[in-house]
Design a protein around this ligand. Sequence first.
Ligand SMILES: Nc1nc2c(ncn2[C@@H]2O[C@H](COP(=O)(O)OP(=O)(O)O)[C@@H](O)[C@H]2O)c(=O)[nH]1
Ligand SMILES: [Mg+2]
Length: 293
Amino acid sequence: MSNTNENQSVAKTNINWFPGHMAKTKREIGEKLNLIDIVYEVIDARMPISSKIIDIDNLIKDKPKILVVTKMDLCDTEETNKILKKYESEGYKVVPVDLIKGTNIQTLLKTTNEIMSDINNSRLNKGMKERSARVLIVGVPNAGKSTLINRLVGRKSAGVGNTPGVTKNLSWIRVNKDIELLDSPGILWQKMDNQEIAHTLAALSSIKEEILNLDSIACFILKKIYKLYPDKLKDRYGLEELDEDFIEAYETIARRRGALSKGGRVDYSRVSDIIIRDLKNGYFGPITLDRLK
Ligand SMILES: Nc1nc2c(ncn2[C@@H]2O[C@H](COP(=O)(O)OP(=O)(O)O)[C@@H](O)[C@H]2O)c(=O)[nH]1
Ligand SMILES: [Mg+2]
């Protein structure tokens, strides 16, 4: 997905992020694996490649998986669907959802029951009793894991927020007579060895802002949108072109959005903030930042 030039151009502001509790989550998931029948692997429709943990299969082994694709309402469906088709061709069961409207939740439950009925058939063959499906939800911060739990359980049971890493602890809750789930999802982090992926995750708020250089994220966003959706940059900021050092772009945006300090100088950090908020709040319109190679 990335090319060498882009990796080099952001090299000065590398994001390095592999927190200690990743090891802890991995250990915990490993320990619970015996109890789990099905894993919901939650990814963000605006970045279906970047938000998908590369080495997830090492972690969840041969457990049946459903790829739950959240935020379909925010993505460029045409581009996202190309990527989802590829996942399907690789054998994934893919369920795209809009967790705010609740779109496709029934499909998710139905798919879960189909997988579980196979598992129960083989349990019966072995002389074991049928049981309800036990589901573990995993995904990167901000993918929508807590919102999904709330949707499934139908009440506010999990902390939801735009800040990554809200959820901790582990216990089971019942969705319906057929399905129960771990009420605390497994929070996973992508290895940050690919800076294109790291910046995409940061741009769409899957990395804590405190550890980021916001100017570099904002410039990454400008560059990315200019490449993938130049009209959106024009519509929102009146930017026809993007200069290499971003100075003219920042000036244009600052004037347009009133981000000037007293002397009329560009308030660069305010402009960065505007760009980041605009993307986070969906003001560019439907957008997908990943592309197949
Ligand atoms: N528009 C939209 N927002 C969503 C969707 N799913 C989750 N969100 C929002 O994404 C943010 C992060 O969700 P959260 O469940 O806290 O993510 P978690 O960190 O994986 O638990 C919240 O602001 C949610 O409201 C969705 O399908 N559509
Ligand atoms: Mg959460």
